[in-house]
Design a protein around this ligand. Structure first.
Ligand code: IPE
Ligand code: IPE
Ligand code: MG
Length: 234
């Protein structure tokens, strides 16, 4: 058991791969490769620090707007990582979930994602959710469409029921949203689920973000006073 001061669910916006590469005179592709590699380190850190749920923003619905070459590089690096990392994560007791739509992804990748979800579905050491081809607004719209298809009546549409139609159904809301590379925005990430999350941002670029930074974020979180609109209990 981890103490109350440890966030149960951390959601990360892994930003700054491009700037990391540029500062080293490398290509953006090299930056993305280093970024995808770094996910392992942080998964490990979360397991060690007693975090139960880790969600990572791997590719947004807006990222399709990047040059085709960069999109292809990202998609292929992420696809390789799914294939390569799934057996290792499974071995470590990690459950993999996917948040987003598989629609625009290559067929073989759709199959690889489905296989990863299926293989790891009984694991409970850490739930690793990959927000891959994910957008918060798209998520909300698909939920509304499916609720209408299911014939829900207005009075059935509660926050709980709505949550069951989101990609995150069954996951607790994120306690801590962490963004690397200095930006202070959500970029369409978990916009419903983030209602009461604590925010934390660091100038460190994602490929350089290590366990020591994760530990710092968790320590800072532990000192926050969460009130959820109420008053603090003495
Ligand atoms: C994050 O790094 C990776 C994705 C958004 C997929 P960026 O590619 O956004 O890096 P910067 O922001 O250009 O430095
Ligand atoms: C957010 O980063 C998306 C991911 C990390 C996958 P971006 O780099 O795409 O965000 P903006 O464009 O700076 O808002
Ligand atoms: Mg960026």
């Amino acid at each position: 058991m981890s103490p109350d001061s440890t966030p149960r669910h951390i959601a990360i916006i892994m930003d700054g791969n491009g700037r990391w590469a540029q500062e080293r005179g490398l290509s953006r592709q090299d930056g993305h490769r280093a970024g995808v590699e770094n996910i392992r380190r942080i998964v490990e850190g979360c397991v060690e620090m007693g975090v139960g749920y880790l969600t990572v923003y791997a590719f947004s619905t807006e990222n399709w707007a990047r040059p085709e070459e960069e999109v292809n590089v990202l998609i292929s690096l992420l696809g390789e990582a799914i294939v390569r990392q799934t057996p290792i994560l499974h071995e470590e007791g990690v459950r993999i979930r996917h948040l987003g739509s598989l629609d625009r992804l290559p067929q073989h990748q759709q199959a690889a994602v489905r296989a990863a979800l299926d293989l790891t579905k009984e694991n409970d050491r850490l739930v690793l959710s990959a927000a891959y081809n994910y957008g918060g607004r798209a998520e909300i719209l698909q939920a509304v469409r499916r609720m209408i298809e299911d014939g829900l009546r207005p009075e059935d549409v509660t926050e709980e029921r709505f949550g069951e139609y989101l990609y995150t159904a069954g996951l607790p809301d994120p306690d801590l949203i962490l963004r690397t590379a200095g930006e202070m925005r959500l970029s369409n990430y978990l916009i419903w689920q983030a209602a009461y999350a604590e925010y934390w941002s660091t100038p460190v670029y994602w490929p350089d973000f290590g366990k020591e930074h994760l530990a710092q974020a968790i320590a800072d979180y532990g000192r926050r006073k969460r009130k959820f609109g109420g008053l603090l209990k003495e």
